[in-house]
Write a protein that binds this ligand. Structure first.
Ligand code: PEP
Ligand code: MN
Length: 334
């Protein structure tokens, strides 16, 4: 249920209503807009007398929300959510460029890539330490050592880091990680999502290989219902009948998610295509349709990458993409 307060409602009157709603066992999400304050109510609203709330002189409107996702719903929170990671902001007009290798391989590799992507304009460093591989015989990541190396690269470059979690038991290792990534394969690992809901740390939630946007939002809802509202959604392509590309980038997901939700949306053109030559055009498409950021795989030596070399850009290619992305964003502002 949504309660829209009238413009210029005195703070004390609003607080009194909020306290009363909380006493009815509801969680109240407060969104202060330019004109109206919107109260998003989560819980069993069936017992609430809507007529009584509507009749209050400070209430402009009361609406039931039939969508199953509440906390991440734009109706609950009309303003864009802005996620802050150190000096970097994501959402609400702020754009992030996340870049780095698929997997952390060595100190030299991650530090070199970090320095080069930073020089090219990236503001967040990615690198997998725990890798979800299709084959159990493939490289599974450097695990705890990989996170240590990311932290080393962060110390040297100042870039905040993002890396993927696969098991809630590993959470203590993620203490100093700036953004925790939930990969496509774990989008519906509900027990993991519930654990992440207990944190006060940004989570980048990737869309599952065969999941709808509603399902993605319901997964975000799992994290938000636990109290962690810092979520970045990521479109990384879905599985279709097409085999020329690794996945099919659902570019319309970006404006659709923006309509449905206030959460920032990032596009990953690397996993969406699996093809190096397609990363740039899809990155530009993401920027052009209003994504709040991009996540791009960059490797200093893609030919010898331990994972996803075929879709990884060399640092100088990434620098070119970053320039063009800036130009697209500039063009949109005009
Ligand atoms: C990744 O970003 O390293 C990754 C494994 O991506 P996805 O979960 O989208 O496949
Ligand atoms: Mn990868």
């Amino acid at each position: 249920m949504i309660v829209v307060l009238k413009p210029n409602t005195p703070k004390e009157r609003a607080s009194a209503l909020i306290e009363w709603l909380k006493s009815q066992n509801l969680t109240v999400h407060i969104s202060e807009g330019e004109i109206n304050t919107v109260l998003g109510l989560v819980g069993d609203t069936g017992e609430i007398d809507m007529d009584l709330v509507s009749s209050l002189d400070i209430v402009e409107d009361v609406k039931r929300v039939s969508d199953p996702f509440k906390c991440c719903n734009r109706k609950f929170h009309p303003k864009d959510t802005v996620i802050e990671v150190g000096d970097v902001k994501i959402g609400g007009g702020h754009f992030c460029l996340i870049a780095g290798p698929c997997s952390v391989e060595s100190e030299e590799q991650i530090v070199e890539v970090a320095q080069k992507v930073k020089a090219a304009g990236a503001n967040i460093l990615r690198g997998g330490a725990f890798k979800p591989r299709t084959s159990p015989y493939a490289f599974q990541g450097l695990k705890a050592d990989g996170i240590e190396l990311l932290l080393e690269a962060k110390k040297i470059t100042g870039l905040p880091i993002i890396t993927e979690i696969m098991n809630a038991n590993h959470l203590p290792l993620f203490e100093d990680v700036d953004i925790i990534q939930v990969g496509a394969r774990n989008m519906q690992n509900f027990e993991l999502l519930k654990e992440l809901g207990k944190l006060k740390k940004p989570i980048l939630l990737k869309r599952g290989l065969a999941n709808t946007l509603k399902e993605l939002l319901m997964s975000a809802e799992y994290i938000m219902a636990g109290g962690n509202e810092q979520i970045i959604l990521c479109e990384r392509g879905i599985r279709t009948f097409e085999t020329q590309t690794r996945n099919t980038l659902d570019i319309s997901a970006v404006p659709m998610l923006h309509e449905l939700s206030h959460l920032p949306v990032v596009v990953d053109p690397s996993h969406a295509t699996g093809v190096r030559s397609l990363v740039e055009p899809m990155a530009l498409a993401g920027a052009a349709c209003g994504a709040d950021g991009l996540m791009i795989e960059v490797h200093n030596d893609p030919m010898h990458a331990w994972c996803d070399g075929a879709q990884s850009l060399r640092p100088e290619q990434f620098a070119e993409v970053a320039q063009k992305v800036l130009a697209v964003r500039e063009a949109l502002r005009k």
